[in-house]
Design a protein. Structure first.
Length: 432
């Protein structure tokens, strides 16, 4: 038994939008049965209608007019970028229409404005497709774990950089060669900066941290380093200590200590992780995210993080959910910023470093280098020294220390006469 159709305005019909249209059409009967009413396309807004001839009269270039139409119940946005998406979605929410979006950039920059508009009109704002493509991750954070206290969310959320780092690890190739291969195979865009500079992962980290810690975290709050500086020597150095390098997004809750209140941090940077760590086995364009919660313990989510059909699967799941809510006259879980925790700056966030140095091989060098770590209150976990002629390679892994102290130690080492070169500096995760 199904009710009156739920009418969907689709904004954008590119890689993801085309798959949303296909699945809405091909699975119409099943979707109707699951949602409780048919999901009907009311219209599709694009920029260049001549490229979408198959959509006939559904097509429009007037996205704002489509959103405002009385016969539209739900707006699904897969245009991307900040404007006009922000204005269109605010218009929809203010008019009480439910919104489904895949737009990580907009949510990470101005998710609060969208959440407030949804809260005030009682409309739904769902965005499962914005992080980790097909992987059900946001709904588990928002709903399944609503009874628990999440302490950490960490993982691989960008397939392009994971593909490049996997290729560098497997073939020993340089960053430039691996990027060229990724571009040739369609895993990297012509302008890869959003991926390789870490911005895409930082947007996702902001969305994950906001949901996990019930605190507004924006992309600007996320410390962000990309993979351009990762060298074949770094990959070899990682292998030397039984590790691989991954670009990680890490969101953590820091307990209250020394009179300071609880805080949260979010960061994106390349890191060495032990080859036996489950994230080390996540290769190519796949994504995986670890969630740690006080009662649930560790959970791992794994799957395809991008692509038209996988991302459309998440959009369709949200469309069914908001349709069910509308039919029930209810709204799903709303805004989650009630905790309002402080954002801990990267400089104060405890991290662990792996450092490789070329030094003069003479008495006193090791103690002079160790002294520089001690001066900055950084404790050393392991040291390995390999002599070759009048030079030696020192490989040092630290214990966790505030990131600023570690960075200051590296600056001081670079200024020492006995240090000929600092050949590799990378953070390490999962060794302690
Ligand atoms: N692709 C993925 O694997 C993936 C994965 C996860 C999330 N996402 C997110 O999904 C969203 C869409 O990504 P995509 O890869 O599908 O993008 P895309 O292939 O570039 O498609 C964008 C679509 O938006 C339309 N468009 C652009 N400006 C418009 C405007 N002003 N008014 C109306 N339509 C407009 C374009 O119209 P024309 O076709 O006429 O040019 C095109 O159909 C983004 O937020 C992205 O971050 C994508």
């Amino acid at each position: 038994m199904t009710g009156k159709p739920i009418r969907v305005a689709l904004l954008g019909c590119g890689t993801v939008g085309q798959e949303v249209v296909r699945l809405l059409r091909e699975q119409a009967d099943e979707l109707a049965a699951r949602a409780g009413a048919p999901l009907e396309l009311a219209g599709v807004a694009v920029r260049r209608p001549h490229r979408h001839a198959g959509l006939g009269e559904l097509l429009t270039t007037d996205a704002s007019g489509l959103v405002a139409r009385d016969d539209v119940d739900v707006v699904a946005e897969v245009i991307g970028g900040i404007e006009p998406a922000r204005t269109l979605l605010l218009e929809a929410l203010k008019a009480g229409k439910s919104v489904v979006t895949a737009n990580k950039a907009l949510l990470a920059e101005d998710g609060a404005a969208l959440a407030e508009a949804a809260d005030s009109s009682g409309a739904d704002l769902y965005y499962e497709a914005s992080v980790a493509g097909a992987i059900p991750l946001l709904r588990p954070l928002r709903e399944s774990l609503a009874g628990d206290r999440i302490t950490r969310v960490a993982g691989i959320v960008n397939g392009t950089t994971n593909f490049i780092l996997s290729a560098m690890t497997e073939s020993g190739s340089s960053y430039a060669d691996a990027l060229e291969e990724a571009t040739r195979l369609g895993y990297a865009e012509a302008d890869p900066s959003a991926d390789v500079d870490g911005y895409d992962a930082a947007s996702k980290a902001a969305i994950l941290a906001s949901l996990a810690f019930h605190t507004r975290v924006t992309a600007a709050d996320v410390h962000c380093e990309g993979i351009r500086e990762v060298t074949a020597a770094d990959i070899a150095a990682a292998a030397g200590i039984g590790c691989v390098i991954k670009l990680l997004a890490i969101c953590e809750r820091t307990p209250a200590e020394d009179g300071a209140s609880e805080s949260v941090s979010a960061r994106v940077h390349p890191a060495m992780i032990p080859a036996a760590h489950p994230l080390a086995a996540v290769d190519g364009a796949f994504n995986a995210v670890f969630v740690e919660a006080e009662a649930a313990g560790q959970l791992m989510f794994y799957g395809q993080g991008a692509g038209g059909a996988p991302t459309a699967s998440a959009v369709l799941g949200d469309l069914v959910a908001v349709a069910r809510n509308r039919l029930a006259g209810a709204a799903g879980p709303g805004s989650t910023g009630y905790a309002g925790l402080a954002i801990r700056p990267m400089a104060e966030t405890p991290t662990q470093y792996h450092v490789s140095l070329d030094v003069a091989d003479k008495p006193g060098v090791l103690s002079a280098v160790a002294h520089e770590f001690a001066v900055h209150d950084v404790s050393i976990s392991t040291v390995r020294q390999d002599g070759h002629g009048d030079a030696a390679t020192l490989v040092i892994v630290t214990h966790r220390a505030p990131d600023a102290a570690l960075a200051a130690t590296i600056t001081a080492l670079r200024g020492m006469d006995i240090v000929r070169a600092v050949t590799s500096v990378l953070r390490v995760e999962g060794l302690e």
